[in-house]
Design a protein around this ligand. Structure first.
Ligand code: NAD
Length: 475
């Protein structure tokens, strides 16, 4: 895979250049390294038309055949995992090891989706009557991914959508379009024309897609603010929707945790992918008995982490993905300084090429500081002191979000009991983000609508169809 080669849209089984392009920036250098096609409204119309005309054939292809083709696509990506990872690092910024993990995640997610049987529920099979419910595909899915995990979050949607018989128009973020466009190219040689279409474009493309009358379902991952726009736009033609949105996940560190053993786990829970993870621990409540020991151990661990251009061997953290997000985090830093918050680590961002911000730990800010009550989505994390578990739970739950949470506990049963009281879709004790394609993943409150992954996630790409028959007209 050659970075400066042409990147094309995939529409109806063919590669197409758009009439305009936009530059893709390498966040480690701040410089453009490739041009991506900027799809027009008529490119989108063509992609939706291609998907609609492919739908009848794909939906009636036996499930086993569809699953085999999706597995072949996964095998093909696996065979090209190294060039895919390099391209992902160049456009996203994450270190090579993390990029490879993401590419292999895509492979695992596609394969897992292909391994499910689509259940058929037989309600009655008597002498007089037969009644069943099948799960049939919905039609054409508009799939929209963010820039933090472009390939993995596309795979969350593609695997179940395609294996259940839907056709897809996939749109990556304009900050990270290239690896997804390559995925479209690969799929062209394997899937029937029009089954998977991939379009990159500017800020208009998402709203065009979610309001397009030829789209039957929107599967979206991104911020809560955008998710609300997607929901409103989908209402016009009553499209089905799945929304995976923002989070402000709490961690609670209980009084009996070993601070030194905790430090690396807590660090990666909060700062992995430079904090640009929906399920990162974004505010950390630490029991007063061990607060200073935890803070000092975390600062010590964080100080040794290697940050730099992810393409270089041994880097553990890369840059912020894009200038808009970099400037948001810089404003948060300035505001935290203006409020006289205590910086236990970092805060001085070195002048350099690229969007690098070394890890920042804020020491016990007030609960109403923006760094505590808003999703930061970057490498700046507050540690907050508490004495009483009821108070910690109240503060942890006092958020419009309900995506994830972690309890760190010496006594796993006490941790488990505390976990029951957290209002979030994903709650873990002594581990962070153990995501799996077979385990349902859903956001509570304003963190989402619907489910991804697991059988529940698969069935979101289907609609129940119930049929019954009487064996004769005689009674
Ligand atoms: P974003 O909402 O700005 O953009 C997400 C995608 O939506 C991009 O492809 C973008 O081009 C597109 N888009 C923008 N406006 C649109 C519109 N009006 N209609 C349709 N599409 C539109 O989010 P982002 O900045 O790319 O990602 C960061 C956010 O995503 C964070 O809030 C993070 O928590 C969230 N996120 C959630 C999950 C999850 O699974 N819950 C996973 C990753 C990221």
């Amino acid at each position: 895979m050659d970075f400066d080669s042409d990147y094309r849209l995939t529409i109806g089984g063919a590669l197409r250049a758009a009439s305009k392009t936009f530059s893709v920036i390498n966040p480690a250098t701040g410089r453009a390294f490739a041009e991506a096609p900027d799809a027009s409204r008529s490119d989108l119309d063509d992609a939706v038309a291609a998907a609609r005309s492919a739908f009848a054939g794909w939906a009636s292809t036996p499930h086993k055949e569809r699953a085999e083709l999706v597995t072949k696509l996964a095998d093909q990506v696996e065979a090209e995992a190294d060039p895919f990872s390099r391209l992902l690092t160049a456009e996203q910024g994450k270190p090579q090891s993390e990029a490879k993990r993401e590419v292999l995640g895509l492979v695992a997610w596609l394969k897992a989706a292909a391994s499910w049987d689509i259940p058929v529920h037989i309600h009655e099979d008597s002498e007089d009557r037969y009644c069943e419910t099948r799960h049939v595909p919905i039609g054409v899915v508009g799939a929209i991914a963010p820039w933090n995990y472009p390939l993995l979050l596309a795979a969350f949607k593609l695997g179940p959508a395609l294996t259940t018989g839907n056709c897809v128009v996939l749109k990556p973020s304009p900050f990270t379009p290239l690896s997804t466009l390559r995925l479209g190219e690969l799929a062209n040689s394997l899937l029937p024309s029009g089954v998977l279409n991939v379009l990159s474009g500017g800020d208009d493309l998402g709203p065009w897609l979610t309001s397009h009358p030829g789209i039957d379902k929107v599967a979206f991952t991104g911020s809560t603010a955008t998710g609300k726009r997607v929901m409103a736009s989908a209402a016009e033609t009553l499209k089905r929707i799945t929304l995976e949105l923002g989070g402000n996940d709490p961690s609670i560190v209980m009084h009996d945790v070993d601070p030194v053993a905790l430090a690396p786990k807590l660090f990666w829970a909060s700062f992995g992918n430079s904090g640009q993870v929906c399920l990162a621990s974004k505010r950390v409540y630490v029991h007063a008995d061990i607060y200073s020991e935890v803070r000092d151990a975390l600062v010590q661990f964080a100080s040794g982490v290697k940050i730099g251009n992810g393409i270089n061997e041994g880097m553990q953290l890369g840059p912020i993905n894009n200038r808009v997000q970099y400037e948001r985090i810089m404003r948060l830093i300035e505001e935290s300084k203006a409020q006289d918050l205590n910086f236990a680590l970092g805060g001085e961002v070195p002048e350099c090429e690229g969007y690098f911000i070394p890890p920042i730990i804020i020491d016990n800010p007030p609960e109403d500081a923006r760094i505590v009550c808003e999703e930061q989505f970057g490498p700046i994390v507050p540690l907050i002191w508490f004495e009483d578990y009821n108070d910690a739970i109240r503060r942890a739950n006092a958020s419009e979000y309900g995506l994830g949470a972690t309890i760190w506990a010496g006594d796993e049963n006490a941790g488990w009991a505390l976990a029951q009281r957290i209002d979030a879709g994903n709650v873990w004790v002594n581990e962070s983000r153990p995501l799996s394609p077979v385990v349902p993943f859903a956001g509570h409150k304003q963190s989402g609508f619907g489910v991804e992954n697991g059988l529940e996630g698969l069935l979101e790409y289907t609609i129940p169809k119930t049929m019954s028959r009487r064996r004769s007209l005689s009674d």
